[in-house]
Structure formats: C-alpha cells, structure tokens
Design a protein around this ligand. Structure first.
Ligand SMILES: [Fe+2]
Length: 180
C-alpha cells in the first residue's frame, strides 16, 4: 500500500507527541523516506508540472512542526547555516542535493565571527532524507529542478538562525524565506 501525505502527517503527530527528541525525529526521517517512495505523491507535490515556489503542505497546530515542499526550478548553492533551536529533515524528491555538514572550530564566543571545518559531504538522492539536529550547521547545493520536502520542528521564519560567510568568517542573522 502506498504511503500518503495524510498518513505521514498523522504518524509525525503521534511520533513527536510520544518522543520529540532525536529518536522520534529519526522515525520521522524514515517516514519521510517512505512518503518519497510513493511516486504519485512525488509527481503531485514535486513533479515537473508543479509551479516553482515554497509550499507549506502542513503545519501542526499543537506541536508546531511544518512540512514544506521546496519546488525549485533554478540551481542554487547556499552558505552554511543552522536551524537555530529547531531541527530539520531534508527529503529529496527529484534530482539531488549536495549536502555538506560543518562544525565550528573556534570557541563560539564571538557572535559575529566563526571558523568552520567541513566534516561530511554527500549527495542526497531521490527517496533519501537527511536529518540536522538543533544547532547543526549544513549547506546545500542543488542543480536546476531539484525538489525536496523538508520537515522542520517549528516555523523557522519565527526563530533566530544564522548563516556563515566562509570567505570572511562573518556570522549573519538569517531573514525569513532565505529558508533552506
Ligand atoms: Fe538547512
């Protein structure tokens, strides 16, 4: 039986009510991979006919988590960033995303400057989902028509987050809709 969005939403609510911590989020990640194995869901939500844009598929009124479809037409390479006091799960729907994960190697005391070291690099392929826990730093780089579904612990536009300029080491507050 194919796994549908409404089932995934119900499962996310049940899982995150029971366990909002890393293990519960891992179960959500596996659920997102299962959802992305449903070719009808991918076609309807992320297919070539779906217009470009950021679409909120669901926001939970009680727990606050969101399910977002990133319908990208143009390639983009983003800077390293965090998701503040939230977590994010990226599930690839079409094409791929080059993921890099970073760690701060400075003492973290200077709010305006940071030194980062790349610790992981991999390609997220269709049907695969990656998880980035609270405070984790990552960057994404994707080609034209790369589309993904993201689950976040809360609406990231409403919390404080930072991005890092690798050339200058500057730390910048992120503004809404830079969203990645
Ligand atoms: Fe991100």
């Amino acid at each position: 039986m194919p796994y549908h969005l409404d089932q995934f939403i119900a499962d996310c609510s049940a899982i995150l009510t029971r366990d909002p911590g890393p293990q519960g989020r891992e179960e959500v990640r596996l659920g997102l991979e299962r959802l992305l194995s449903n070719a009808d869901f991918v076609r309807q939500c992320c297919g070539d006919d779906v217009p470009q844009g950021l679409k909120t598929l669901y926001e939970d009124p009680k727990l606050g988590f969101q399910i977002l479809a990133h319908i990208n037409d143009k390639a983009r390479a983003g800077q390293p960033h965090d998701h503040g006091e939230s977590w994010a799960i990226y599930g690839q729907a079409t094409k791929y995303t080059e993921m890099t994960e970073w760690e701060r190697v400075d003492d973290g005391r200077d709010p305006k400057h940071a030194k980062l070291k790349q610790v992981k690099k991999y390609r997220l392929m269709p049907g695969q989902a990656g998880i980035y826990q609270n405070g984790a730093i990552h960057a994404i780089d994707y080609p034209d028509k790369s589309r993904f579904v993201r689950v976040t612990g809360t609406n990231l536009d409403k919390i404080s987050r930072v991005r890092f300029d690798l050339k200058t080491g500057e730390v910048h507050q992120m503004t809404p809709q830079i969203a990645t």
